[in-house]
Design a protein around this ligand. Structure first.
Ligand code: SF4
Length: 340
């Protein structure tokens, strides 16, 4: 009896899907993407800083994507991208439930039906596709949604109990809210239960506010977080800052509006900076994560980026030299060459 090696088939399948996605993405080379989700501003000493939760919000990575230069598809990347593939399945469930639960006559548009596009001062296009825009019974656009998957207990506790949506997600959703001039929601969903045998100090006990997100054993000990789901209403205030307010999976408003560190000025500055890289010759600051309300400065996303050795060695030498070293490295694929 012989077996098809399904583990191998699934792994190779994931690799092929990523490569196909990269090829499709490279066809959009020559424009900047709203999904890159970085912000550029100044710190209190006047130094340029970039705020982002991931390497995709780094100006250098954004510039490479603009050129059509992608991360190589190695085993490490396949492992990470499998998580995003599962996330897309979670989005399908979210849409199904939303369609069934919206008021009579309401519907929504998805991604390809609602492209957004604007231009930097130098004329470079910034493009994006929001997840969903809800239409009322008259067919008018009334609210947008960005849906993200919770894939770890860390994210679950952060978005549910610390009330801190990820800054990159706020930037992306806020970007679309600005472009389409609509109120927006950012929703976190997961189809998993996260078992826990110890609770964090900010997590509620049985019967306390927020305990609806948790499961407990009969004696009151925490059992875990079953299928976490949590939303945030988002709005731009008059000062150009994005505000958020938490809403539970059962529709309860769970607090006041909080002003985030995300500002329109910093989002636009990010794209203007990247668009100006060829003329300025600058490669920009490394990204640094911050909590949504600015209360904590977190990790450096460079730890998740294959280009760290290149940046460490060549980041002080200007854009031309840095780009040359990136292209010489084993970490990227130049899709422009593959297309020829
Ligand atoms: S290693 Fe370099 S390219 Fe990668 S995120 Fe950090 S600064 Fe950006």
């Amino acid at each position: 009896m012989s077996f098809i090696n399904l583990g191998k088939a699934l792994w190779e399948g994931a690799r092929k899907l990523i490569e196909a996605g990269d090829a499709a993405d490279a066809e959009k080379a020559g424009s900047l993407r709203a999904g890159n989700s970085g912000m550029i501003g100044e710190d209190s000493d006047g130094h340029l800083i970039c705020v982002s939760d991931s390497p995709s919000g780094c100006p250098r990575k954004t510039y490479l994507r603009y050129l059509g230069i992608q991360d190589k598809v190695d085993d490490k990347r396949v492992n990470v991208e499998r998580m995003f593939m599962q996330g897309r399945k979670s989005e399908e469930s979210f849409r199904e439930r939303l369609m069934a639960g919206l008021p009579e006559g309401y519907s929504f548009l998805a991604e390809e039906d609602i492209p957004v596009k604007w231009h930097t001062r130098s004329g470079l296009a910034v493009t994006g596709r929001p997840d969903l825009v809800i239409l009322n019974e008259l067919g008018e656009r009334v609210q947008g949604i960005e849906n993200k998957c919770i894939s770890s207990v860390h994210t679950a506790t952060k978005v549910l109990f610390k009330k801190q949506p990820k800054v990159g997600h706020l930037i992306q959703a806020g970007h679309y809210a600005w472009q389409l001039a609509l109120p927006w929601d950012l929703w976190y969903s997961s189809g998993s239960e996260y078992g826990m045998n110890a609770k964090y100090k900010y997590m509620p006990g049985p019967g306390e506010p927020g305990s609806e997100f948790l499961a407990y054993w009969d004696d009151g000990r925490l059992r875990g977080i079953p299928t976490p789901e949590m939303g945030y209403n988002l709005r731009w205030n008059e000062a150009g800052a994005l505000e958020f307010r938490q809403i539970s999976h059962q529709g309860n408003i769970l607090g006041e509006w909080v002003e985030s560190i995300v500002t329109l000025e910093r989002i636009i500055a990010f794209y203007e900076f990247v668009a100006g890289m060829p003329s300025s010759g600058l490669i920009g600051p490394r990204p640094q994560s911050q909590s949504a309300d600015g209360s904590e400065v977190g990790f450096c996303p460079c730890g998740f980026c294959a280009l760290t050795p290149v940046c460490e060695k060549h980041e002080g030498k200007g854009l031309t030299k840095w780009l040359k070293e990136v292209l010489k490295s084993e970490f990227v694929v130049d899709m422009r060459k593959q297309a020829k």
